[in-house]
Design a protein around this ligand. Sequence first.
Ligand SMILES: Nc1ncnc2c1ncn2[C@@H]1O[C@H](COP(=O)(O)OP(=O)(O)OP(=O)(O)O)[C@@H](O)[C@H]1O
Ligand SMILES: [Mg+2]
Length: 283
Amino acid sequence: MINIKGLSFIYNDTKEPALNNINIQINEGEFVGIAGPTGAGKSTLTLCLNGVIPHFLHGDFYGEVKVDGKDTVDNGCAKIAYSVGSVFQDPEAQIVSTGVEDEIAFGLENLNIPRIEIAQRIKESLEMTGISELRHYSTSQLSGGQKQRVAIASAIALRPKILVLDEPTSELDPKGSLDIFNTLRRLNQEYNITIVVVEQKIQLLSEYCSRLVIMEKGNILLDGATRSVLADQETLQRIGVSAPPVTRLAYMLKKQGLYQGEFPINVDEAHLMVSKVLHEKCK
Ligand SMILES: Nc1ncnc2c1ncn2[C@@H]1O[C@H](COP(=O)(O)OP(=O)(O)OP(=O)(O)O)[C@@H](O)[C@H]1O
Ligand SMILES: [Mg+2]
């Protein structure tokens, strides 16, 4: 679904590459989380997936990016939008309409979707993001978190094959963040939408993503199944990405020789691990 070969990108008027020889393939139906320190190139990578780079943001572009079989250099953003829905890091920059309903309709109208279907999709995407009550709000009235949900609803309404989200929960409280990730899980499992999400809250990534990509200084440092990436605590600590508490606990128990099993990635698994350790200790 996504095939990136030898991708490097240097923004105009900068020296250091924001992306440095990135190679990655993402299959249909994967749920991929991207994390890494500030300036690692996470947003730049997402902008390469929806064609904003190289069509709107300019610089030196090397390599090849294909999404849903389309080369992003040969196809404009509008064509890529049939396949890739985007939620940008700054929802403010994404919202173009004065009303919520118009905002969701905007992308659909651009794709020439019939009126009656537009109404249906607006209703559906508002429900899926839990903001049906905002339908007739003005976008200037919305809080940051509400804007993020409207941006997600607008992207979902296009029923893309791939959904790329850059820190979609940055303005949301823990409950709102969980709601968004539950929505993403549903889109992934029920509609087989491929999800690529940049997220700082590593606990969310560990619970929801099947694969994690860790970036640093324009490079992909780690890429693999969530559990195996989280197991590389030394690398994560070195670049300042904190692993979820349950994984850190396992790491400490392993270091002390108290636990030899797999790294837990959620509270239920950690519970099992602690029970095992206690059981061994009390023998
Ligand atoms: N529009 C731009 N023009 C010039 N340089 C840019 C631009 N956007 C990003 N950069 C530079 O590219 C590098 C990667 O930035 P990017 O925004 O992709 O990082 P990030 O991992 O998303 O960081 P954050 O966690 O802070 O969002 C940084 O060095 C940044 O300064
Ligand atoms: Mg960013």
